[in-house]
Write a protein that binds this ligand. Structure first.
Ligand code: MG
Ligand code: MG
Length: 249
């Protein structure tokens, strides 16, 4: 079932979104050469606790952390670890969420670790742009396929590929609600957006092929060809005035 949220509910999701934005701010500051991915989880936990929020990642199907940390060829769902030390030139996807009074928000960014090569920077830029192209489509009367086509169009025009096995999602009183939000088209097809629909849109864009593989830990999703992958996500409401991004600072 696809639910529509009223103004009060969206206001609570906006509050959860502010917590997520602050988690990202602190995590991005921590994401430097020499830091471990567990250091990033620790600063995210501090924000959650200070803001009186709860984590929707911790314990999700047994997930052991409040953030997913996914370096380089890891697409999503990397587990923070004190043995994963970030190095100059890496890229790192940081994905996290928060719950306020039962309402969820979810967002992800990919950040450079120190100085990175030009191709990795282009991958990050194109993935971020593909998310914002998709956000422009989050308007009542548009369809889910318009969102996916916007991501796919931007990524493929740049010579990159989009991951198909993992998708965005509706969000509200659960982190993952219907509908699924694929990062591919066709435009003009699929569920029609209406006011009050809230979606987490999350392009995962690969430098090489789109194929994925899950490591033996049951979580970590990597590119099959070992090339790098970037990931951005926001939680966005369809409003009378157009798209409202709930996970901005
Ligand atoms: Mg998500
Ligand atoms: Mg997420």
């Amino acid at each position: 079932m696809i639910t529509r949220k009223n103004r009060d509910q969206i206001a609570l999701m906006r509050r959860a979104g502010k917590v997520v934005a602050e988690m990202h701010e602190k995590c991005s500051e921590m994401a430097k050469p020499g830091a471990t991915t567990l250091d990033i989880d620790r600063v995210a936990r501090e924000v959650i606790e200070r803001r009186g929020a709860r984590s929707n990642f911790l314990g999700y199907r047994g997930f052991p952390a409040v953030v997913c940390t996914s370096p380089n060829d890891v697409i999503v769902h990397g587990i923070p670890s004190d043995t994963v030390v970030l190095e100059e030139g890496d890229i790192l996807s940081i994905d996290c969420g928060a719950i306020i009074e039962g309402w969820h928000a979810d967002a992800a960014v990919t950040v450079p670790i120190g100085l990175i090569d030009a191709e990795s920077q282009r991958l990050i830029d194109v993935t971020r742009e593909s998310l914002w192209a998709a956000i422009d489509q989050v308007v009542a009367g548009n369809r889910l396929g318009d969102i996916g086509a916007a991501v796919e169009g931007r990524a493929e025009a740049a010579g990159f590929t989009v991951v198909r096995e993992y998708v965005g999602h509706g969000i509200g009183t659960a982190m993952h609600e219907e509908p699924q939000v694929p990062n591919y088209g066709p435009a003009g097809r699929g569920f029609k957006l209406r006011e009050g629909i809230v979606l987490a849109i999350e392009p995962m864009v690969n430098a090489g092929g789109p194929e994925t593989e899950v490591l033996d830990d049951g979580w970590t999703v990597v590119t099959r060809d070992g090339r790098r992958s970037a990931h951005f996500e926001h939680t966005i409401a369809v409003t009378e005035a157009g798209p409202e991004v709930l996970t901005l600072p």
